[in-house]
Design a protein around this ligand. Structure first.
Ligand code: ADP
Ligand code: K
Ligand code: ZN
Length: 445
């Protein structure tokens, strides 16, 4: 364990620590964040009245829309100059969700990721092949900081360029790899194709997250790479990856580092807290964040909690796997995408109409997304009302250029490559009174 005294803190002591931090953080945001002062005033909550965990349900939820409404820096509790770093992830519209960290927040981030890596089996002196994306996304730099804190040798490979990843894994001989579960499957498959057996690989542990996965995928990765893989969970709004991690001993639920992130599971419709074991929306209150503390943040992720003692000795509550979401957020190769983001891009392109459908498939181990979108009536007339078959599009430079333009703008805005299919006016599905299926996710089992 990275911080054994904290990770095995007896539950009554943990609770006392949480309650002290909870009352502090509520007073802190009330004092420093005008948004929270308003929210709490409107809810009729006296910050001084929040002292125990039983008071938690009195607090209103913070939702993704609140972040959007306060874009970019409106929820920060410290002056911009005090931020040491900014990260961002996909928002529900064209604008990203922005999060900030003070120096101290980065220290906490590194600590919880170090705990996560240690829980996953990593030890000081081991080498980490970090294939999470570096950049605005919290994955790459998040794992990086935690691995350094733990005393590992970090190889900041970032995502993509599979050929190079395979070479570096064989040449550098890392013991630990971090990436999305689907990318771990890809690496396993590519090694197999090249006749490299798991026994030849140096890898012992894999830390996988950023997208939902199953025991079937776990088996494939464990056998394909010769590792024992664990789940890492997190989200930028709360800190990034490392909010929770499975212990490599049990791999039965992920320990939430609840001295920093106070979890609840609530009913998706009523918002009422649910008892242990019941599936609902995971909600977090940050207990120690300085730059962007959040009260009762509605993650949209569906799971359950268990307080049962774990054989690893950690006392922190465990969450189950993510079973779904309450909103229409898609996760494509670990990257969050909202249909509304796609819609915002399409609205900015005069030659197309925001009538569209997103089809997601899993080809082999990787997600493939197709965006079907209608060209505008004016553009359709301009090109002579041609049938939009692939051959016609390839032959007509205007259609070809339009398809490239849409693909580029989507990639720029969402970070995801989509195959664009142009449809004639009226060809995209329309709502017939019921809910329109904008997204067809064919990955579901
Ligand atoms: P991350 O870098 O952890 O992916 P983002 O803020 O980009 O952070 O995305 C957070 C969302 O990603 C979560 O709300 C959840 O839907 C999904 N996610 C992250 N980790 C996991 C995981 N281990 N299992 C399932 N979903 C996950
Ligand atoms: K994600
Ligand atoms: Zn455990």
């Amino acid at each position: 364990m990275y911080q054994p005294e904290l990770e095995t803190l007896p539950r009554e002591k943990l609770r006392a620590l949480q309650e002290e931090r909870l009352s502090n953080i509520v007073a802190y945001v009330y004092e420093r964040v005008p948004f929270y002062r308003r929210l709490l005033d409107e809810a009729g909550v006296d910050p001084k009245g929040v002292r125990t965990l039983e008071d938690l349900p009195k607090l209103p939820f913070t939702k993704k829309d609140h972040l959007r409404e306060n874009y970019p820096f409106g929820l920060f509790a410290v002056p911009r100059e005090r931020l040491a770093r900014i990260h961002a992830s996909s928002g529900t519209t064209g604008k990203p969700t922005v999060v900030g960290y003070t120096k101290n927040d980065l220290q906490v981030f590194a600590e919880v990721v170090a705990r996560s890596l240690a829980a996953a089996g990593a030890k000081p002196g081991m080498m980490l092949h970090n294939a999470y994306g570096y950049g605005l996304f919290t994955g790459g730099l998040g794992l990086h900081g935690g691995a350094e804190a733990l005393g590992m040798t970090v190889v900041p490979v970032s995502g993509g360029m599979t050929e190079r990843q395979l070479m570096l894994i064989q040449d550098f001989r890392p013991e630990v790899i971090s990436c999305t579960p689907s990318y771990a499957q890809t690496l396993a498959e590519e090694f197999r194709k090249r006749g490299v057996s798991p026994e030849e690989l140096s890898l012992e542990y894999a830390v996988l997250g950023a997208e939902p996965w199953t025991e079937t995928i776990r088996k494939q990765v464990d056998e394909g790479l010769g590792v024992r893989s664990t789940n890492i969970y997190g989200l930028s709004e709360i800190i990034g990856p490392g909010v929770a991690n499975e212990c490599v001993e049990e791999r039965q639920g992920s320990h939430i580092w609840e001295d920093h992130f106070l979890p609840e599971v609530v009913d998706p419709d009523s918002g009422e807290p649910l008892p242990e074991g019941k599936v609902g929306v995971l909600v977090f209150t940050t207990l120690t964040k300085e730059a962007m503390p959040l009260l009762r943040y509605w993650t949209g992720d569906l799971t359950f909690l268990t307080y049962e003692a774990c054989s690893c000795g950690r006392t922190h509550v465990r969450m189950g796997p993510i079973l779904g979401r309450t909103d229409d957020m898609l996760i494509i190769r670990g990257v969050n995408v909202y249909p509304t983001q796609v819609e915002a891009v399409l609205s900015g392109i005069p030659e197309v109409e925001p009538y569209y459908q997103i089809v997601v498939r899993r080809e082999g181990t990787l997600d493939e997304a197709e965006l079907k979108v209608e060209v505008s009536e004016a553009f359709f007339q301009e090109i002579g009302r041609k049938a939009l078959s692939d051959e016609v599009i390839e032959a007509d430079h205007r259609l070809h250029a339009l398809r490239e333009k849409v693909a580029h703008k989507i990639k720029d805005s969402t970070g995801v490559s989509m195959k664009v299919t142009l449809l004639a006016p009226g060809e995209a599905p329309r709502s017939e009174g019921g809910k329109l299926r904008r997204v067809v996710d064919l990955r579901k089992k």
